[in-house]
Write a protein that binds this ligand. Structure first.
Ligand code: KIV
Length: 292
């Protein structure tokens, strides 16, 4: 049985009379059954990345139902150029921090490059680490048909899997950058085959990254499991953004598909400059910050 075949659970918000994933007071985490039920209701939901307990806690309190401890931590949190160098130990540490900082969101741990491609047995070993050592509720891995056997094994073992197809950043060197995927008939058919393969393997959801909007809508309509778009248009069931892009923490250019909802980089920079100016001027600490 896969996630899409399960009976939908009462949504977290129903304790408050709400049929939504958002905003309801709840004493438990969002589950794969809640997400399956949201797809049946046609309810869209948001997912954000988080890499530490503080930001995870902020997003949890804001009612974001699903938090992804993405291997985008590599370039957004750990200072690497790509996601490729990220290790399992780093993902376990970051995922555990997000789990500790949250109460309600489903926390998904991303499987980094080299942690699952070798064999389904390797995928099982490392997914189990994320479940046991970090306490995540699900894992994510990249690849469609090529990852189907691993997804099947994890799902059989009771590990919920979110798949990730289209632009898969761990293949940046094979792609020669981050090009839009699924353009042209053959590529579009392959994307659809990948989407169906991960659903058939038991994935509870699939990320579609950098895919033409019309194709992502077609995939979404043809799948029973929720699609999560990033650069895939408004036709997906859910949307994900990297939090540092979403909140304006990222330095320099962000991809076309990003909407920045704040300018945290400038807010934090201003705060740091003001603090430094107070210190050099001798106006901090003032009397109210000083013990007598
Ligand atoms: O690592 C990540 O943050 C991701 C999302 C962009 C989907 O894979």
């Amino acid at each position: 049985m896969n996630a899409s075949q399960l009976q939908p659970a009462p949504a977290p918000g129903t304790t408050q009379g709400q049929q939504t994933l958002y905003g309801g007071v709840t004493n438990r985490r969002v589950t794969v059954r809640d997400l399956a039920a949201a797809k049946q209701r046609g309810e869209r939901w948001a997912m954000l990345t988080a890499y530490d307990s503080l930001t995870g806690g902020v997003f949890d309190e804001a009612g974001i139902p699903v938090l992804l401890v993405g291997d985008s931590a590599g370039n957004c949190h750990l200072g690497y150029e790509t996601t490729v160098p990220v290790t399992m130990d780093q993902m376990v540490m970051l995922s555990a921090a997000v789990v500790r900082g949250t109460k309600r969101a489903m926390v998904i741990g991303d499987m980094p490059f080299g942690s699952y491609q070798e064999s389904p047995a390797q995928a099982m070993h490392n997914a189990a680490r994320l479940m046991k050592e970090a306490g995540v509720g699900a894992v994510k891995l990249e690849g469609g048909e090529r990852s189907a056997r691993s997804i099947e094994l994890l799902v059989e073992a009771g590990i919920p899997v979110m798949a990730h197809i289209g632009l898969t950043p761990q293949s940046v060197h094979a792609f020669g950058g981050y090009p839009v995927q699924g353009r042209g008939d053959e590529a579009a058919h392959q994307l659809l085959r990948d989407a169906k393969a991960v659903q058939q393997a038991g994935a509870f959801s699939v990320v579609l990254e950098a895919v033409p909007a019309e194709l992502a809508t077609t995939v979404t309509e043809q799948l029973a499991i929720p699609t999560v778009g990033i650069g895939a248009g408004v036709g997906c069931d859910a949307q994900v953004l990297v939090w540092t892009d979403m909140a304006g923490m990222t330095a320099g250019r962000v991809p076309k598909f990003v909407k920045q909802y704040a300018n945290l980089r400038s807010v934090l920079g201003d705060a740091a400059r003001e603090f430094a100016a107070d210190v050099t001027a001798g106006t901090f600490p003032a009397a109210e910050h000083t013990f007598k």
